[in-house]
Design a protein around this ligand. Structure first.
Ligand code: ADP
Ligand code: NI
Length: 216
């Protein structure tokens, strides 16, 4: 919250407290710990890129709340979020910027919004969100997700038949994220995380093919 006035600091604290309560027991990878990591990483990127820190931090805090993948219990309709902002006296212009960012930044809607530019703050939050899906944390999240859904770990035959596994998610999405970074800071941070995933997948496939060759 460095460099913000007291009122903005208070607004961020209230937002954080509310989001933490909302997402504490969320079970699809959009839990409070994900939000906290994205919040910190967004600020690192925003500082490097000269983006507004209040808009960035606020957008990072609420970025997953409107996602349709969240269960009813955790999701907040856009209109309710807007009325919370006015309850907390967030300026209308700032609220519009924050809500604009979170509606534009989802991976699924990227086609729909491909012609509209994200703001600098939006770019910082989107890069941070994508960075949290790659590297060591990203690997861990993918296996948590697969575990929760009862998917397989890795199976070459299943992959060929398009049966979902944690490993197939890397080809489908995670290995593409490095090239979708908006900012130079994001790109630099993504390099190392991407390389770690390649090393990990290589080892995973080696180890699985060794065990696969063992006679039953
Ligand atoms: P976003 O935050 O972009 O909406 P998702 O909801 O798609 O991300 O995913 C949340 C987390 O779960 C991410 O870390 C993502 O990599 C992981 N995940 C999503 N779908 C799968 C899948 N089919 N297999 C493994 N992991 C997944
Ligand atoms: Ni997210």
């Amino acid at each position: 919250m460095a460099g913000m006035n007291r009122q903005k600091e208070q607004q961020i604290s209230r937002m954080a407290k509310w989001v933490k309560e909302k997402l504490a027991h969320e079970g699809t990878g959009h839990d409070w710990l994900h939000i906290s990591r994205v919040r910190s990483l967004s600020l690192v990127i925003a500082k490097e890129e000269g983006a507004d820190l209040f808009i960035t931090e606020a957008a990072a805090l609420v970025h997953d709340l409107i996602d349709e993948k969240l269960s009813e219990k955790h999701r907040v309709p856009l209109r309710e979020l807007a009325s919370r902002f006015s309850e907390w006296n967030v300026e209308r212009k700032a609220a519009e910027k924050i809500l604009g960012i979170i509606t534009r930044m989802s991976f699924r809607d990227r086609e729909k919004y491909k012609d509209t530019e994200l703001s600098k703050e939006g770019m910082a939050v989107q890069d941070a969100d994508r960075l949290d899906a790659i590297g060591a944390v990203g690997i861990a999240r993918a296996f948590m997700y697969a575990g929760a859904k009862g998917h397989l770990l890795y199976d070459e035959e299943a992959s060929e038949k398009n049966i979902p596994s944690a490993a197939s998610h890397f080809d489908e999405k995670l290995l593409h994220l490095k090239d979708l970074m908006n900012t130079q800071t994001g790109r630099t941070l993504a390099e190392k995380r991407h390389d770690l995933m390649l090393t990990f997948l290589n080892e995973l496939k080696n180890e699985c093919s060794m065990t696969g060759k063992r006679p039953l």
